[in-house]
Write a protein that binds this ligand. Structure first.
Ligand code: 8OZ
Length: 362
């Protein structure tokens, strides 16, 4: 029977198990938003995962929304990420990079020239970002001109190329959690009257365009996406998510990305948020690998795999606190708890110093 410890073919790769490390923002990049040796150590510690999805990483400077998040647009950032991918590959792991543009979920102090963040429409999100060591309201965005959008779509392709140059095995577009691609999808944040707004087809153009650009750049078998159909994260809202996401997944299926990673319910919160949404209707429309996520424990994960409702399960917070999560799940051992104070920013504390079972036994 298929379980968490069964191997899985993912495009050109054989994954050693069905346990994915979800992308996790930790705000520990060096000046220039460059990945560090400490980040290489952290990801290397977690290389037993069948697949690591490295943290959300801005594709362009305007795509940044929080302090000290890494980028994948400069040569220094590519060189920094190379240390991370080398550390993971040295331990036989596989690692994708999550490609991120935050859109309106940003603060002017993080934007080039102190400008307003960009968005589908000039509607400020009711959400906070993390800047100067603390939380602050996001800034009022400006609506993108239609003429600016092709360059943003192209930047996804370029960032994917950069990720491959940095040694990543593939990339996952961040289509979730109220960031730019999700902002275009949903009518709560997209009130445009041009070719990128209005109908479902129009609202899906930027997400699908980005996926086409990535696929053209690095191949469909190294292209993936994460979506969160009902999450209210970062003020994401849509009046009718089921037909919207049915359409998005149908169109994605034509592009043949290697996996779709789905956040069920409210990100990091209530799995039953948006109850009534039919996730099976999405999976039926897609032929590739389906990664389920959000608040899974061992028993829940084994159940969805046994029932063939997913091919793989992504774990977020458990991977923060348990570098040897795979071994702990194998043994059904207790898990370390997450320390909240060290989640965002800082150094090794609460990052690379969570003990493995073997270290705890010393
Ligand atoms: C937590 C803090 C900052 C960003 C997401 C990239 O929600 C994030 C994120 C999570 O997808």
């Amino acid at each position: 029977m298929t379980d968490l410890f069964s191997p899985l073919r993912l495009g050109r790769y054989d994954l050693k198990n069905r346990i994915a490390m979800a992308p996790l923002t930790r705000n520990r990049a060096a000046p220039g938003n460059v990945p560090t040796d400490l980040m290489a150590e952290y990801y290397g510690q977690r290389a037993d995962a069948g697949l690591i999805i490295a943290e959300a990483t801005q594709i362009v400077p305007e795509g940044q929304g929080y302090q000290d998040t890494p980028g994948i647009h400069s040569p220094e950032q590519i060189a920094g990420w190379r240390k991370v991918t080398d550390a993971v590959h040295a331990k036989g792991g596989r690692i994708f990079l999550q490609l991120w543009h935050v859109g309106r979920v940003s603060h002017s102090s993080l934007q080039p020239g102190g400008q307003a963040p960009v968005a589908p429409s000039a509607i400020r999100a009711k959400t906070k970002t993390f800047v100067n060591g603390g939380f602050a309201d996001v800034s009022e965005p400006r609506a993108l001109d239609a003429g600016e959008i092709p360059a943003i779509i192209a930047a996804y392709g370029k960032a994917a190329e950069n990720a491959i140059a940095a040694g990543f095995d593939g990339v996952e577009a961040h289509g979730a959690n109220g960031y730019l691609l999700d902002q275009f999808l949903r009518d709560g944040s997209n009130q445009r009257t041009d070719a990128y707004g209005g109908s479902i087809q129009n609202r899906a153009k930027v997400l699908l365009g980005a996926m086409k650009a990535i696929t053209d750049a690095v191949g469909a078998d190294r292209t993936a996406i994460r979506i969160s159909p009902v999450t209210p994260a970062n003020d994401a809202a849509d009046s009718n998510p089921q037909p919207l996401f049915n359409y998005v997944v149908e169109e994605l299926n034509k592009l043949k990305p290697v996996y779709i990673h789905i956040i069920e319910g409210a990100t990091g919160g209530d799995r039953n948020f948006g109850a009534g949404f039919d996730y099976k209707a999405l999976r039926q429309r897609y032929n590739g690998v389906w990664i389920a996520n959000n608040g899974y424990d061992r028993a829940m994960a084994q159940a969805v795999l046994a029932q063939n409702e997913a091919d793989m399960v992504a774990f977020g917070r458990p991977f923060i606190a348990n570098p040897d999560l795979v071994e702990r799940l194998r043994r059904d051992a207790p898990l370390n708890a997450v320390e909240r104070a060290t989640l965002y920013g800082g150094g090794a504390k609460g990052y690379t110093d969570y003990p493995t079972l073997a270290q705890a036994a010393e």
